[in-house]
Design a protein around this ligand. Structure first.
Ligand code: MTE
Length: 431
């Protein structure tokens, strides 16, 4: 298109336009011409610089980065959550993500004692038994040795047990990034832990637990029941979304324990011990326990039960206008696949079944979508997940009846987003 033609569209003088106006009749032609002149969108009428010039050469960024126009989509730390950044959380921006895979650079982070970029040539994984009768031969593996072994690649979610933990008592944070952003989903690649244990001659009859230990200064140690390992689901990962793990997520090795709360996914994994009883380490006897209304603490409650959240629209966003919206969100269950997600626009009185975007995978995030025509009046949006075991995500009323309000971990209540006439969306709780 020549410059003259482009200008002509803007001014309504372009030849073919004039012809069509004539054909349509003078009465019609005049208002259309006026509209073309006054409402012409310069972004379609004029050629921008990127259409009329040579772009940047290949490999300008040897490791590609997102567009500079996406610079606000970041993992963020909740102000005041922890006094030391090395013992804090950064939340994934769920409101801006599509599908089910979390870009590695936006994966949430939870460190108890900071993160390191560990030299893989100096990293070792030791496998030993708590006594000689449980494992024939203790071994130490280098990364190269591990990468020669049979590998699996599987998509799984990881959710910190403390996700949504700020909301036990009442609404505490405004956006889905902070209510639900201790959640991510990646394709992990690595060696099933049972391959390593069998390589070392494990006796499954005697060895009923493993202890996983990280190489950071936090002495992160967690007990994992042997049934999970024997099922083949637990693996020692080095890959994440097609590349090596990111340092923040455990480079060069982390344990993947599908369906189990994030704390058991030990990062910078350096040792696996097989034993015959739970280890009751500090991060399972004192921390990561659930205070029940009776005053008792529940320990070893590690499975992340079915949960879902609408990510768009969500708290802090504003609807543009009345009319059509694709309401989109995420559902997951630590017990298997998601079977159904229901969505309500009136705070849980009426429900409709959402579309699940396949393939629906075991212990992975599942994206759901549903159509909504907003009539401009106040609404309360909710989603409710049902997993393949038939478990139905509870309301806040149902969850608090069993768990009270003083817990930190395992809050899987139905999330509510309130929409007011102005289109503003905010976090509310509905019992
Ligand atoms: N492993 C070690 N060695 N040190 C840690 O601080 N944090 C745990 C777990 N594994 C942690 C660890 C917790 S509480 C969670 S929720 C997940 O890692 C977070 O994983 P991410 O930082 O990759 O999101």
């Amino acid at each position: 298109m020549s410059e003259e033609q482009v200008k002509a569209v803007g001014s309504g003088r372009r030849d073919f336009l004039r012809k069509s106006f004539l054909a349509a009749g003078a009465a019609l032609a005049a208002p259309m011409a006026a509209r073309a002149a006054s409402q012409g969108d310069i972004n379609i009428l004029e050629n921008p610089a990127w259409t009329t010039s040579l772009g940047l050469p290949v490999a300008t960024n040897p490791y590609g980065m997102p567009s500079k126009y996406e610079s606000q989509l970041l993992r963020r730390e909740s102000p005041g959550l922890a006094r030391v950044g090395g013992a804090s959380v950064s939340f994934a921006p769920l409101q801006g993500l599509f599908g089910i895979i979390t870009p590695s650079g936006l994966h949430f982070e939870r460190h108890h004692q900071g993160w390191h970029d560990i030299d893989p040539s100096k990293h070792r994984l030791m496998v030993n038994g708590s006594d000689d009768s449980l494992l024939q031969k203790a071994k130490v593996y280098t990364l190269d040795e591990l990468m020669r072994l049979p590998s699996v690649s599987r998509i799984h979610f990881i959710e910190c047990g403390a996700n949504t933990g700020l909301e036990w008592g009442n609404v505490a944070v405004p956006t889905v990034q902070y209510t639900h952003g201790m959640l991510s989903c990646s394709e992990f690649t690595g060696v099933p832990l049972k391959v390593l244990l069998e390589d070392c001659g494990v006796d499954y009859k005697k060895a009923r637990y493993v202890l996983a230990e990280g190489a950071d200064g936090s002495s992160m140690t967690r007990t994992i029941p042997m049934e999970m390992v024997e099922s083949g689901e637990v693996f020692v990962a080095y890959g994440q979304n097609g590349e090596m793990l990111r340092p923040e997520n455990g480079y060069p090795l982390r344990l993947v324990v599908p369906g189990v709360q994030g704390v058991s996914w030990v990062k910078w994994l350096r040792r696996i011990e097989v034993g015959d009883k739970p280890y009751a380490t500090k991060d399972e006897a004192v921390h990561y326990i659930d205070l029940l209304p009776s005053g008792l603490h529940r320990q070893y409650s590690s499975i992340q039960e079915a949960k879902s959240v609408i990510t768009t629209p969500s708290g802090g966003q504003t609807l543009l206008d009345k009319g059509f919206y694709n309401v989109s969100g995420l559902a997951w269950s630590g017990r298997g696949k998601i079977k159904q997600v229901d969505v309500s626009f009136d705070g849980g009185i009426n429900w409709q079944t959402a579309r699940l975007e396949g393939p629906i995978q075991n212990k992975a995030l599942t994206r759901f979508n549903t159509n909504w025509v907003w009539d401009g009046s106040p609404a309360i949006l909710q989603s409710r997940a049902i997993d393949e075991t038939g478990f139905v995500q509870p309301s806040y009323g149902q969850l608090r009846a069993v768990r009270g309000t003083k817990s930190i971990y395992h809050n899987n209540a139905i999330q509510s987003w309130k929409v007011v006439e102005s289109g503003e969306v905010s976090n509310v709780q509905v019992l």
